[in-house]
Design a protein around this ligand. Sequence first.
Ligand code: SF4
Ligand code: SF4
Length: 152
Amino acid sequence: MAITPKDIDRLIREHGLGACLECGKCTAICPMSEVFGDIEYGHTPRGIVEKALFDSDLITGDAIWYCLTCEVCTKGCPSGVRFRDFMEELREMMIAAGHDEHGVRCRLCNRYFVPEPSLKMMIAKMDVKDSTPEFLLTCPKCKTRDFGRKMM
Ligand code: SF4
Ligand code: SF4
């Protein structure tokens, strides 16, 4: 089912984005730039909130797939904007609507479990030479199931 502007509006309402004061604190305390290096304004929480409120095309491009869903911005927001929850629900909505170009699916159960930028960053940090290790392509549930089987 396609995502409509109404769906985005509902998420904006439910997670309080309309209360944003444009203070920029979320972006200042967000760890994304430490993890990914230079990060475009459009990928930052403040940039995404702005886009959601004034543009609403969050679907095109990869901007919403960099957030690490750590909740630092939500805890620090003076206005109660629940950015992390907004981001998680938006991604789930996009995957369900077939926009999964930037969402990695588990090699075993085929469920989405990690954004592509996070996976790429992990691969880069591990300095993998030939192929991506299977455990990086396996969701936590399947990893646990696999581990349980091996222990039997
Ligand atoms: S910290 Fe909260 S109020 Fe400030 S820019 Fe970010 S979302 Fe808006
Ligand atoms: S939840 Fe996402 S946007 Fe917010 S601080 Fe963490 S990485 Fe940054």
